[in-house]
Design a protein around this ligand. Structure first.
Ligand SMILES: [Zn+2]
Ligand SMILES: [Zn+2]
Length: 451
């Protein structure tokens, strides 16, 4: 190739693929390094520092400490145009039975997020190639987001009370902080369990959810000597959970509703009637109306549990995630490149209205800017289970880096015509300020007196 010549699209993609191929060992190595040092949300300090170092080594300026552990680095192609974000999620979750878990915290990469750093750094490696500067317009932002797994609710509420957070997930908080204000569209990929074939899946949606922090408040008394003088908060919680189970027959399959939770504090001492029991709960459904309906039923059940034993209950309702809306124009560009990288027969389309049942804060992002969240079947086992492991790092890191960098090339070449089309066609569900107001409004605390 003559220096200074403008590349064709396919030449540009070859430049990107070669760059990813050359960096493969390093990209996979970074992901594996993150796997063996799993960190949960808002505490991903080592993970974040490692990614920051890698981006700096590529000559990029990195803004660190966004929403505690998040980071952002922008690479500008030198001509005006839209900004495309490529995102990686930093956090592990807590699955102590996972073979890769940290013995102290129980943190484990049982959702495969450690591969996303490799993917994102691969895209960075590809797009900083000097040959591409003459071809692309606009810019790309590399953004690492904390705390996608909505866990540790009590601790995060404490952080909120201390003024360290407003929202309890990374992308929600970064939306509040304005990290995405100069971003026109965003993409990331997530791993999924597959059957060994190199499958990439686009489309589909995710469940919206609402998070509950529920404190049943009773009265302590000697469990042997004076149980009649106590009010048993654990019995109130059990009654509430049984009441929730009575509602399951009212759930409609088409809403993919889920109600689940854990008791994070069940009492203090076996010889005292428990007076303070905490339940961390979650309600999920595909549509806002279905979510509101199921949520109301569950709130009723918490109150019923308290009323049944004459306890009180403090219910904190926390804004969870919104449903994912995959942008069709970005998805078309992504799909073309996925076909090139893994073969047309290995690309699957999920119906827009189909939810896997889980939730992601990419859903929140997709309500305000165009976004896509495809899957790569690089894992085996069950998501969030002890057997969820990445078995194919080529499919987990290398192929996604190639597909996403080629997608950015398609979006930003020809004066960023495709990216401008994405922006022109996009109708946000809400403006950024509407989003923040809506989510802030969902934060509510109710004290129900059942005694
Ligand atoms: Zn997960
Ligand atoms: Zn995940």
């Amino acid at each position: 190739m003559a220096s200074g010549a403008i590349l064709t699209g396919s030449e540009a993609r070859s430049v990107a693929y070669s760059a990813v191929d050359r960096a493969t060992r390093e990209l996979v190595g970074t992901s594996k390094k993150i796997y063996v040092e799993p960190e949960v949300g808002f505490r991903e300090r080592k993970t974040s520092a490692l990614i920051a170092r890698s981006l700096r080594a590529l000559g990029l300026t990195v803004e660190e400490g966004i929403a505690h552990t998040g980071l952002k680095a922008v690479y500008d192609f030198g001509r005006p145009g839209p900004r495309v974000a490529v995102i990686c999620e930093l956090d592990a979750l807590r699955v102590p039975s996972h073979p890769g878990s940290d013995p102290e915290s129980g943190a484990a990469h049982a959702c495969g997020h450690h591969t996303q750093a490799g993917m994102m750094l691969g895209v960075a490696q590809a797009l900083i190639q000097p040959e591409l500067r003459g071809l692309l317009s606009g810019s790309v932002a590399f953004i690492a987001t904390p705390a996608e797994e909505f866990i540790d609710v009590s601790e995060r509420l404490e952080m909120k009370r201390a003024g360290l957070l407003q929202f309890l997930s990374g992308k929600q908080e970064m939306l509040r902080l304005g990290t995405f204000d100069d971003v026109d569209m965003a993409m990331m990929m997530h791993t999924a369990a597959g059957d060994g074939s190199p499958r990439i899946t686009v489309g589909g949606t995710s469940n919206a959810h609402v998070v509950h922090h529920v404190r049943f408040i009773g009265r302590s008394a000697h469990a042997g000597g004076a149980p009649d003088r106590g009010i048993n908060a654990l019995q109130a919680a059990m009654l509430a959970l049984n009441a929730i189970n009575t509602q399951r027959e009212t759930l409609q399959e088409k809403h993919v509703a889920r109600i689940h939770g854990i008791i994070t504090k069940g009492g203090t001492a076996v010889n005292a009637i428990p007076d303070n029991v905490v339940y961390e709960g979650r309600v999920r459904a595909m549509t806002p109306d279905a979510l509101a309906d199921v949520n109301e039923k569950v709130l009723r059940c918490y109150r019923a549990g308290a009323l049944g034993v004459g306890a009180d209950v403090e219910i904190t309702t926390i804004p969870g995630y919104l449903s994912m809306r995959n942008n069709p124009d970005m998805q078309d560009a992504f799909s073309r490149n996925a076909e090139t990288v893994v073969g047309a027969s290995n690309l699957r389309h999920t119906e827009d209205a189909e939810s896997r049942g889980g939730s992601t804060d990419m859903g929140d992002l997709s309500t305000v800017i165009p976004a896509i969240h495809p899957y790569t079947s690089a894992a085996t086992g069950t998501g969030h289970g002890p057997d969820y492991v990445i078995t194919d790092y080529d499919l987990a890191v290398v192929a996604p880096a190639k597909i996403m960098s080629a997608t950015v090339i398609d979006l930003l070449s020809n004066d960023a015509a495709e990216a401008r089309r994405v922006v022109g066609n996009y109708k946000p569900l809400m403006s950024r300020s509407q989003y923040l107001a809506t989510q802030a409004e969902r934060f509510q605390t109710e004290m129900y007196k059942g005694r």
